[in-house]
Write a new protein. Structure first.
Length: 119
């Protein structure tokens, strides 16, 4: 239930149109990466189903897609692309706990990088 509430917050944050300000774009990328890290953590511990992990990772990628197209800052674009790739990897191998742990670490780093850009 908590995961659904967090996803709802991410949907509200990212789903209200595509922002054009760098700080807001960075906040949205941070939110998606942070939610992805939580998802990857649960997958790495085997505390979620592979179907839920795959579907949730794909939903996060869909939230990120319009934002990635609007980002003009090169560093933030690279971060958003890395978040997308990492979520894609998680979606393709949702039951691989070792890969999920690696995805968690990477998404945590990417979330921190995006947060730095949000000012």
């Amino acid at each position: 239930m908590c995961r659904l509430a967090v996803l709802g917050v991410v949907l509200l944050a990212v789903g209200c149109g595509v922002p054009h300000e760098l700080s807001k774009q960075a906040e949205d990328v941070h939110s998606v990466a942070a939610e992805g890290a939580l998802l990857a953590h649960d997958a790495s511990e085997g505390s979620t189903t592979s179907t839920f992990t795959a579907e949730h990772a794909e939903a996060l990628r869909k939230l990120l897609s319009p934002l990635r197209a609007a980002v003009e800052d090169e560093r933030l674009a690279e971060i958003a692309d890395d978040v997308d790739r990492t979520l894609g990897d998680l979606a393709r191998a949702p039951d691989d706990e070792r890969r999920a742990a690696a995805a968690e670490r990477r998404l945590d780093r990417l979330a921190a990088d995006a947060e730095e850009l949000s000012g």
